[in-house]
Every structure is written in C-alpha cells, then in structure tokens.
Design a protein around this ligand. Sequence first.
Ligand code: MF3
Ligand code: CO
Ligand code: CO
Length: 254
Amino acid sequence: MTVTIKTPEEQEKMRIAGRLAADVLDMIGDYVKPGITTDELNKICHDYITGVQNAVPAPLKYRGFPKSICTSVNHVVCHGIPGDKKLKSGDAMNIDITVIKDGYHGDTSRMFFVGKAGIQAQRLADVAFDGMWHGIEELGAGKHLGDVGEAIQTFVEKNRFSVVREYCGHGIGRAFHEDPQVLHYGNRGSGMELKSGMTLTVEPMINAGKRHVRLLNDGWTVVTKDHSLSAQWEHTVLITDSGYEVLTLGADAR
Ligand code: MF3
Ligand code: CO
Ligand code: CO
C-alpha cells in the first residue's frame, strides 16, 4: 500500500472521526471502577459509538477481532479482548478506541486506573505518555520517521523502561492500518520523510521489564514475556507544514 495524502476535505473528515474516538474515551472514564468487567465496558462503548455517534467501531470483526474495543490490563501489551473478568482496585488498563465516521478512521487510546493506582504502574503510564508526546513533537513536513522513533526510545530507555518492537503506529485514513509503519524506536534522519497531509498514529507500548512479548492462543492478546507491566497511549495526528495537528485530543486537551 502506498502512503496517502489527505485533501483538505479528507482532513476535515479525519478531524471528525478523531474527535469522536476521543469522546468515547472521555465518556468511558467514569465507568472504570472495581467490579465492572471489560465486557461491560465494551458494551457501553459499542452502544455509544453506534447509537449516539452514528459511527462504526472499527475493531469489531476486523480480521476476526470479536469485540468493539481493545482492553489491555496490567501485563497485557495490546489487543486485549474484553471478557467477563471483573476489574479490581490497582489494575491499570489501556482502552483503545477506533471509530469509522463517514468512511474515515480515528484511533486513540489512554491508560485508566481502577481504584487507586500502584506507584510503579503510575510511573510507567507517565513515561509512556511523555514518550508518546516526545514522539509527536518531532512530527512535521520534512521530518523523518526515525526522528519520532529515536525521541521515544531515548526518553523511555533513559527512564529504564523498554520499547516494544513488534507493534507500531501506522498511517490511517479510509483504511484502519495504512502505510507507513511508525516505529517507536530508531535513528534520527532515517526512515520516510513526512509530507503535509499525511495522517498517522503514534502509539508506543512501554514495558516495565524487558521489551519481549508473547501472543496468547486466542490469536490476539499480546502480553509481556516476563509478565512485567505494560502501558500505552495513542493519538492520531495530521502532518502539517508547520508541524502537526493532533486529531484525537480529549476534553482536557491532552
Ligand atoms: N487500535 C489498534 C491500533 O492502534 C488496533 C486494534 S486491531 C483490533 O492500531 F482488531 F484488535 F481491534
Ligand atoms: Co493505532
Ligand atoms: Co488504537
């Protein structure tokens, strides 16, 4: 697949899809409490996306994925499948929302804490968040994807955490996953040169222990090999001549 450059009309559709995805995360936060199951969170999000937003939850039936959102708890790195296990105080969870509106995708995820956050989980989530933003701040026409990867990797490793290599950010638009691949590690000046009108995601997965991951038998759930905690945040971003525009900011503007 080749990298797509979005026209101003397409960029506007990406803004709308991005805002809707962020709205879902803003909405679901209040429901993340001890005792609720990830399946119940999935249903609330599904009903909101389809019933209130008149949009489509992109994960549902995407390459066989069975649910409308991804819920990745504690040592789950990404692509956790909502299920009937109750969340308990101290759990840390990424919720990843992708909606399709008027043919265009918006993709964003955040960390949520159930009850009181553990001190290590909080620090890991903070480093993952700051790492994502260090990556985003590199974006702009004329910059290279390696600039993004190096910024994230350097920051994360300085904080003695590790960057997952097997999964990456991606171009996004009419398709959920478009070229280019956006690696969260790498070398400044290497990789594709960015152009105004590209839309892509930055979504580093950061482990408290080693970077290695394992895929569970369900074919989706990715966990840390050493069972250490993992954290992730994700934004969809438009490349502009002067830098970038984040399309999935929440109500709190982060
Ligand atoms: N939202 C994920 C991403 O950021 C992809 C999830 S694919 C699914 O790219 F099938 F698991 F939903
Ligand atoms: Co994504
Ligand atoms: Co996502």
